[in-house]
Design a protein around this ligand. Structure first.
Ligand code: 1VU
Length: 311
């Protein structure tokens, strides 16, 4: 994570075919890192033109509310007859309103070059370019991650793993452990890091109701964080608070990191590169991790100074 990386712990889909959902998206009960207005799977083919028009009029009269980090649109797949109209209709909107485009079913580098070529044609050249986020949903895409990331240079800012289509592509049997996805998820998290993308966003948790849904969501967030993701797709507003909390460092992690950073300054002054804290060896990579945790906590708006004063 760098100072310029965009925080996308939760990416909340809002179906653009529904005026009610569009209006609700501006009245969410919790600050939200990313809202992605959907033109793809949540919209039936017969409603694609209506959804596109709804979204254009919703965004045209909007300044991005301060409690929303970023507004994005998920266009239709490049292989469909809808993608070109999605792009030519919405990409001219100012980047201060619509700053990212989510591209589903990215299967080859040419999917990204197609979008980038159109953005160059229709965008206002005086504005920052729109960021691209690619959904990886097939075996082919996982095998070609390097070429896909190279094709997106200068625009690509995140990768998303889409479990349902990937499971379909490989005829996988889904399990609660998610072990059937480990290779693909690790490959995506590693590629995102290697190409210094801001975001690596994990699968959707389709359970969203009640305590059971919340427990499952928390479990999936923990697992995603362990595998290397820094965010998760959400389908319901109630998932946002849980996901953003789970993908921010928790209080214990921040306290540990602050103690390491403070103790390391003393160890360095004493000429020691390796030392112990709580019975465990601390050296350069652990100190690096501690600095990362502190920076991430600050980016997530946690009270790091308050915790620092305790030590
Ligand atoms: O309290 P109110 O009645 O005023 O509002 C409802 C509801 O309208 C609203 N709400 C939402 N607002 C904005 N964006 C949303 N995604 C959203 N979901 C709900 O919140 C209030 C409570 O809603 P609810 O609990 O009554 O939920 P519903 O039965 O209305 O809707 C549930 C579903 C799951 C259908 C709905 O949340 C939804 O359509 N979510 C998005 C689905 C989607 O975008 N799917 C495609 C992306 S996932 C994917 O492609 C996998 C890679």
């Amino acid at each position: 994570m760098s100072a310029t990386s965009t925080l996308r712990r939760a990416l909340l889909y809002v179906p653009s075919s529904s005026q009610k959902f569009l209006s609700k998206s501006l009245l969410l009960p919790h600050p939200t890192d990313n809202i992605t207005y959907d033109l793809e799977d949540s919209v039936t083919p017969s409603l694609k033109p209506t959804a596109r028009t709804n979204l254009l009029s919703h965004l045209s009269s909007l300044s991005k509310p301060s409690n929303i980090g970023e507004l994005a649109v998920r266009i239709n797949a490049i292989s469909t007859p809808y993608a070109l109209s999605d792009l030519t209709t919405l990409a001219p909107l100012p980047s201060s309103t619509l700053s990212a485009i989510v591209i589903p079913k990215v299967n080859s580098p040419s999917d990204l070059t197609f979008v980038i070529d159109i953005l160059r044609q229709v965008s206002n050249q005086d504005e920052p370019p729109k960021k691209l986020i690619a959904l990886i949903e097939s075996a082919r895409a996982v095998m070609d991650l390097k070429q896909i990331c190279e094709a997106g240079k200068g625009y690509l800012d995140g990768l998303i793993f889409a479990a349902e289509d990937f499971a379909l592509d490989l005829s996988l049997t889904r399990t609660p452990s998610l072990r059937e996805f480990l290779y693909a998820r690790s490959a995506i998290a590693t590629a995102a890091r290697a190409f210094e993308l801001s975001s690596t966003i994990d699968l959707v948790c389709t359970s969203y109701k009640g305590e059971e849904g919340k427990a499952r969501l928390e479990e999936e967030c923990r697992d995603g964080k362990e595998v290397g993701f820094n965010g998760k797709q959400c389908i319901h507003p109630t998932q946002v608070e849980v996901v953003q909390r789970m993908f921010a460092p928790n209080k214990e992690e921040v306290e540990w990191a602050i103690r390491v950073v403070i103790a390391d300054a003393k160890a360095q002054a004493a000429g020691r590169g390796a030392w112990t804290m709580d019975g465990k060896m601390i050296d350069a990579p652990v100190v690096g991790k501690a600095h990362f945790v502190v920076a991430k906590a600050e980016k997530c708006g946690l009270d790091v100074d308050g915790l620092k004063n305790k030590w």
